[in-house]
Design a protein around this ligand. Sequence first.
Ligand SMILES: [Zn+2]
Ligand SMILES: [Zn+2]
Length: 248
Amino acid sequence: MQLTVLGCSGTFPSPTSPCSGYLVEHDGYRLILDLGAGALGSLQRHVDLRSIDAVYISHLHADHCIDLVAYFYARRFHPDGALPILPVYGPPGTAHRIGSAFEEPPVDGFHEVYDFREVRSGVFTLGPFTVTNGRVNHPVECHALRVEADGKVLTYSGDTAACEEIVELARDADLFLCEASWPSVPTPPPGIHLTGREAGDHAARAGAKRLVLTHIMPFHDPQAMLAEAKETYDGELDMAHAGTTYDV
Ligand SMILES: [Zn+2]
Ligand SMILES: [Zn+2]
């Protein structure tokens, strides 16, 4: 499968990247994981925005879901006519969250664009992918995702502080896309995000073959975050950049 980073900036866009958005492709099927601020723009640099088969939103913070509002308009008013209804997976409350982000909820037509499938824990088949989710450690319900196809494993952490669920979901992953939002010093608030060092530690305990750090907040130095992760993880290590594609 292929992973393309549409955006990887944590909490708010940086000068060089939109917020979270990841395109995962295999056998012609296109799955988007998260669609935060600006990610819809990036998407169009890679594929036709009509060509998406499903979306999975990890959680309902705006930096992970708000471009579903813009994407609604792009799909509903496309000059080529109505597009197929798009399945949008997410935690309970996804439909209300997106609907309430409009000035007035688009009662007519909303469900002609998105088919919201609100889910808790489970295993889902999305085209060629087997997707296993798990609730991670964040102030709102957030799902980390283990995406498998053809014997390969991609794990996406969503937003999480330290937790064992993410270690299990990333077990032996070929690529672990893991958030590392802030440095270890000064001590960050508990129960929200990982530090670079914690991301490395979780990847090492999971036995992940490759670690890609993402969701760095623009306040922080990415090189310092990489250096932290190197202290606890000795496998292949990268920093996500908008526009990069990985073969998994
Ligand atoms: Zn976030
Ligand atoms: Zn969040």
